[in-house]
Design a protein. Sequence first.
Length: 731
Amino acid sequence: MSVTLSPSSRRFARLLALVIAVLLAVVAGTGFLGFRYWQERQAVNLAHERSRQVLETLDRLKSIIADVEAQRRGYLLTLDPSYLKAYGVSDESVRRDAQALQALVVGDPLQNHRAGHLALTVVAKLREIDDIVKTAQTSSGPAALAMIRSLDEIRSQIDQMVDHERFLLVDQEKRAEALEQRKAWLIAAAVVIVAVLAGAALLLARLEARRRRKAIAENVALHSDLLARDKKIRRLVDANIVGIIIWEVEGRILEANDAFLRMVGYDREDLTAGRLHRTMLTPPEWRDRDARIVAELRRTGTAQPFEKEYLRKDGSRVPVLIAGAMFEEGTSQGVGFVLDLTERRRAEEALRQSEERFRTLVQFSFDVYWETDAQHRFIHQEFAESLADAPATGSEIGKTRWEVPYLEPDEEAWQKHRETLDAHLPFRDFELARPAPDGSKRYVSVSGLPVFDQTGRFVGYRGVGRHITERRRAEEALRAMQAELAHANRVTAMGQLSASIAHEVNQPIAATVTNAQAALRWLRAQPPDLDEVRASLDRIVEDGKRAGNVISGIRALIQKVPSRKDWFDLNEAILEMLVLTRSEALKHGISLQTRLAPGLPMVQGDRTQLQQVILNLILNAIEAMGDLDDATRELWISTEKEAAGGVRVTVRDSGPGLDPADVERVFQAFYTTKPKGMGMGLAICRSMVEAHGGRMWASANEGGGAVFQFTLPQERDESIPAKHVRPNSAA
Ligand code: ADP
């Protein structure tokens, strides 16, 4: 087990070691110095003692020699043998002391040499004195004096030795004194060092005490922090929002919360019995992946979130998202977080299916699905492959080169479309042309809805497009057919009206002839009445114009002209048709009544087509009333302003009328009750009115007879495709 120290503890330990090392060094040093002092002291003491003994011996030697001298001199002067009593004793002790002295100064070469010399001198002198003493009877005073002189030599040798020894003694005392001083210094230094070390130790101890107090406080804080964290983690585990497991890295699951147990369908008993193991929970095909994750865990300590499946106790599978981390480096346990992905998978699957349904729906309903960004640039298109000419991704609506060559719809419509886009409004069935790869025109009808994000910010459009080229062609073919039919219908009507028309033309011609004859008459008069001539000519011009108008009206109706779009006065157009039919009505005894509203707004559309509608209605009414035996035959034609804007035209007759069941049927193509009828008149009329954005219907007249009405919008709605009124450039 390794113990980790805090940085402050480590610092303290280092300081302590240093102090102990210094202390040990000081103790060793002091011991060494003390030992040296003791040795030196011992040596000094020894030398001192020896010097003292040397001096004592020398003293003794000196007094013995003095005794010997006194005895010998006494004997020599008196020749009294009593002086010689202790003679032998003195000789012996002199010899002994001289030897002892030699032994004492053996360590001092100079003294040793002197002592040796002294001993030899003493022995020689004593023998010399003995000789003198033996010859004392014969010799006299001079011998004694010589003897004394020879003893003086010994004395001076002894004195030399004494001086030397005293000098040594003084030196030894000085050394002893110096040693004593050193001892005092040593003690003082030791005291100071010990005091300093004691102070340092005290300081360290106090620092350590403070550090420990702090560490304890920190530990307490840490502990309570740990407790709080533990509580939080416990809360997370118990909240069962996610599955939490504690595992051994080799696979055993040691702990798990209820969320996890629920997920895998095991209970707590299985867990405590140690029956939960990764290998057992993992389907075989996931095991390799697991092994890689475990390797990563061992290497890095964490496993990034990854998806896998667990096997439930009942054998079913549950998709999960799992992530894990080892507790600490060197341990074999860790914690894992497990999220049940079943719901998400289900939602994803539902989303996928819904998208599939949507795709199928769109695919069968539309030719293309598209999306644009906030700048109206295409960002996404689907099924566009069917449109070989689909706009490129990134190109802007209305700004692609495709729209320009034809500019269909026209510039104004494009402008309006652009305004709709910029106002982020929905649009429907905007029809535009683009060139197909073979150069032919293709028509596409597009619809789009603006898309806003959660904050209400516009992010672009989503929409669909449909190929309408085929439809356009069919419509064009139908239009051409209708035009043919309408023409045929008009020609037929003209045939019906031929007598009446002849009459209408005849009348102004007859009047012209009459007026011309009158003019001639006024010219022949004397004097000619030129005013009357002028009046007659004016009438001729009027009649000529009238006839011309009738003819041009007929021409317009019979001529095959492409449909046009003009502003015109509806009342005037109706009056022209009344002129054409007046005679026919009169022939059948029908009274024609009109109530044309003054100040009627101008209408926009194809004048000839609308005149044909009116003509058809009038002729039908005349025909219906023609079969009546004798009854009032009346035809009312009126125009009025609609409350909602626009105009309404009513053609009412007093004929047999319509069965309520037939009010719709009469508009069906080929429905006729007439032996020579085509049954196309009313069908054509209705389609023409509707092409102008209006409505046409029939009803029973209250007083008997039929009522046919149609409306036209006052202002043409721009959303109505222009196809019905534009000249057909493809034709
Ligand atoms: P056609 O005139 O060739 O029969 P139409 O479409 O003009 O074709 O008329 C269809 C039918 O509607 C007529 O055959 C007739 O039965 C009925 N019908 C038309 N106008 C009137 C009317 N004013 N009164 C009664 N029936 C009418």
